[in-house]
Design a protein around this ligand. Structure first.
Ligand SMILES: C[C@@](CO)(OP(=O)(O)O)[C@H](O)COP(=O)(O)OP(=O)(O)OC[C@H]1O[C@@H](n2ccc(N)nc2=O)[C@H](O)[C@@H]1O
Ligand SMILES: Nc1ncnc2c1ncn2[C@@H]1O[C@H](COP(=O)(O)OP(=O)(O)O)[C@@H](O)[C@H]1O
Length: 274
């Protein structure tokens, strides 16, 4: 059987409203989620359960306690897994959840059943399973697919600071914010940007209080001509939208001069449509 190769695209919370908190401490979310044209890659081959990690962000990631292995164990499946880690770790773009979801999709291709309760692996795993535009609610388990988004050029930037998701949630002032306005069908950059202007990432002020460098990243994105810039998830990765792929590429080159991880890409169609 040839290796099964699965993309694990970066998740972007284009808008992220925190609307409450459950008795168990998990937060209620209302988020417009999209995926980017960059991500990690997971390769599965038949064999006993094992994990090898390569790629630019492999260092520091455990090959014992890894979401890829937890995903395979939850599915009750064996496979020799290779993870090519292209996305920065603990950075608000769902790296670990995207990897876990890619392992589950790969195992389905190898004939295994998708486990019930995939959300036990992480709140972002349900939305990463489909890896297409969606409204994410509840604590992450309520996923409503949305029509494809336009292929808007964008840049992802991370200042090299790993932010702990629980620490960012704990630093929030208000947890009872209103939900998202109705989500229309978007035709292009102008109407998506206009809609986003009426939304927030409620975790951004909390992340800024822990890592002021997030503010420098957002300022730098705007200085390079981003039509819209915001932090994704619990940070510290931020995204900026540009009106052409060339502008996005030029901006990414300039942002790298700060010593930051920066990559030019675009909003991607759902995995199934690629
Ligand atoms: C904040 C979000 C937004 O999409 O993204 P990231 O910043 O992680 O990318 C996600 O909700 C994160 O999802 P994920 O990273 O899978 O979280 P989990 O491992 O399930 O949870 C890590 C910790 O975050 C907190 N947490 C997570 C989800 C949620 N709805 N409420 C929470 O309070 C809890 O303290 C939990 O122990
Ligand atoms: N395959 C994986 N990729 C990234 N992080 C992982 C993975 N498996 C376990 N982790 C752990 O999960 C934590 C959250 O990482 P990640 O999912 O990248 O964060 P975020 O969702 O904020 O982008 C990290 O501290 C890391 O040690």
């Amino acid at each position: 059987m040839p290796p099964v190769v699965e993309a694990a695209p970066a998740k972007l919370n284009l808008a992220l409203h925190v609307t409450g908190r459950r008795a168990d401490g998990y937060h209620l979310l209302d988020s417009l989620v999209a995926f980017a044209g960059v991500g990690d890659v997971v390769t599965l081959e038949p064999g006993p359960l094992s994990l090898r990690i390569d790629g630019p962000f492999a260092a520091g990631l455990s090959t014992d306690d890894n979401l890829c292995l937890r995903a395979a164990r939850l599915a009750g499946a064996d496979a020799a897994i290779t993870l090519t880690k292209t996305l920065p770790v603990a950075s608000g773009i769902g790296g670990g959840s995207a990897d876990a979801a890619a392992v589950l999709r790969g195992l389905v291709q190898m004939g295994h059943a998708l486990p019930l309760q995939a959300e036990r692996l992480g709140a972002d795993v349900p939305v990463c399973l489909a890896s297409g535009p969606a409204r994410m609610q509840g604590v992450g388990e309520v996923v409503t697919p949305l029509p494809p988004l336009p292929p808007i050029p964008l840049v992802l930037v991370n200042p090299g600071i790993a932010l702990s998701t629980p620490q960012v949630f704990a630093a929030m002032d208000r947890r009872d914010n209103p939900g998202l306005p109705a989500i229309p069908r978007f035709a292009g950059l102008a109407d998506l940007t206009a809609w986003l202007a009426g939304t927030r990432n409620d975790l951004e002020p909390a992340a800024l209080s822990i890592a002021p460098a997030v503010g420098q990243v957002l300022d730098a994105l705007r200085t390079t001509g981003a039509a819209f810039a915001r932090m994704s998830g619990s940070g510290a990765t931020c995204f900026g939208f540009y009106d052409s792929p060339d502008r996005a590429r030029i901006a990414a080159t300039a942002l790298k001069r700060h010593g930051w991880w920066a990559v030019a890409t675009e909003l991607a169609p759902p995995l199934a449509a690629r």
